[in-house]
Write a protein that binds this ligand. Structure first.
Ligand SMILES: [Zn+2]
Length: 66
């Protein structure tokens, strides 16, 4: 019975031998996804600037509700 591991990306069983060159990932795609997720996380940390443009300015129209 071959040893299997779970793909970290999709959780599918991966047979741990030379037939699975991307182990512990089940495929090259899953390996790239995991690598991409790691890079994206790194970019989020690097780009930690708080952009005030994302927040709406204080509304001046609220004074119309008399
Ligand atoms: Zn996978």
């Amino acid at each position: 019975m071959p040893m299997t591991v779970s793909c970290p990306t999709c959780g599918r069983p991966v047979i741990w031998n030379e037939g699975s060159p991307y182990r512990p990932f089940c495929s090259k795609r899953c390996r790239l996804i995991d690598l991409g997720a790691w890079l994206a996380e790194d970019y989020q940390i690097a780009d930690g600037t708080d952009d005030p443009a994302d927040d709406p300015p204080p509304s001046e129209d609220s004074s119309q509700t008399h």
